[in-house]
Design a protein around this ligand. Structure first.
Ligand SMILES: [Zn+2]
Length: 321
């Protein structure tokens, strides 16, 4: 009996070798397209712009700490069809054109090799999306960690956003630029040093951001402390449409949601971070509020639903218009 599979194979073989050889001669490219995704939020035009990704390895105890075993973390990753030994963390910045100004929420890692290769693509992604970095009026930060703040300077220390003002909470601005931080053990010392390098030369352009204040009409900073003392998320609202930009409130679309009680290695106050995580995810779930996860799979947009002991992430479909 001739099966369909055998018949197809015979058909392909009949095409002969020259075509196969010609295809094999084309070199693999190995590159990727610039990561940007545009959507409307009421009167705002929003664009998720990718700074690439960083890799956190091993996955445990960076995720789970001493609360979860390595086997539990690996099982959660395998259950989501993800590699069990490492976590790829996307870097999803958000450019918001409010009609009056362009506000960028977090600025990516920039050229630093501290978290491995694969990051530093933000300016390329912005330009590919038709936004010149010089057009950015305000960069508002969720917090002062390197993968959120260091992208304001290039490898030579020059301005990436030469016309921008900067906004950060006083708690983060003070802690992460204090000279005393240079005496902290690693990796804290490097994180402080890197933030000092990019912030201090631009300190006069920084305004301190009060939690629960607006950085621009319709873009409000929401206190979400724990990951850092001054960490904020951003609530966007325009013409009744809402979006919650989580920042590092939840650092993985599976692990941080399924088990909000599992600590994350870079949380300054793990107990407070866990309490804040559960409280705000619960609010997002109850209010059916769309969220943007900074380290979630690009472009990071979706909804949170109550699931098991925690939450699940339901990605929003790509919209073409
Ligand atoms: Zn981060």
């Amino acid at each position: 009996m001739i099966t369909r599979r055998i018949a197809l194979g015979a058909g392909l073989a009949a095409l002969g070798t020259p075509l196969v050889a010609a295809q094999a001669a084309a070199p693999f490219r190995g590159d990727q397209n610039a990561g940007w995704y545009r959507f409307r939020l009421g009167a705002f035009e929003c664009t998720v712009v990718s700074d690439g990704q960083i890799t956190l390895a091993p996955a445990h105890p960076t995720f789970g700490g001493t609360v979860a075993t390595e086997a539990e973390v690996q099982a959660a990753l395998r259950g989501a069809f993800l590699p069990a030994d490492r976590v790829a963390a996307q870097i999803n910045c958000l450019a918001v054109n409010t009609g009056r100004e362009i506000v960028l929420l977090d600025a990516g890692l920039g050229p630093s090799p501290l978290f491995g290769p694969g990051a530093g693509t933000l300016a390329t992604a912005l330009r590919a999306a038709g936004i010149e970095p010089a057009q950015v009026d305000l960069v508002a930060f969720t917090h002062a960690h390197g993968d959120h703040a260091w992208g304001i300077a290039d490898a030579a220390g020059r301005d990436v956003f030469p016309n921008a003002r900067f906004a950060m909470t006083a708690a983060d601005l003070e802690f992460w630029t204090a000279e005393s931080g240079l005496s902290l053990p690693e990796p804290m010392r490097s994180l402080v040093a890197g933030t000092r390098d990019v912030v201090l030369p631009r300190r006069a352009r920084f305004t301190t951001l009060a939690p629960n204040s607006e950085v621009a009409p319709g873009i409000r900073a929401i206190a979400s402390p724990g990951h850092t003392a001054g960490h904020v998320s951003y609530h966007l609202e325009s013409e009744g449409h809402r979006l919650l930009v989580l920042g590092d409130l939840a650092n993985h679309h599976v692990l941080a949601l399924a088990r909000p009680d599992w600590p994350f290695g870079f949380d300054a106050d793990p107990a407070l971070a866990s309490t804040t995580r559960r409280r705000i995810l619960d609010m997002a779930s109850t209010d059916r509020l769309q969220v943007l996860g900074y380290h979630f799979p690009f472009p990071g947009l979706g909804h949170v639903e109550a699931r098991g002991q925690g939450f699940g992430f339901v990605p929003s479909p790509w919209r073409w218009g």
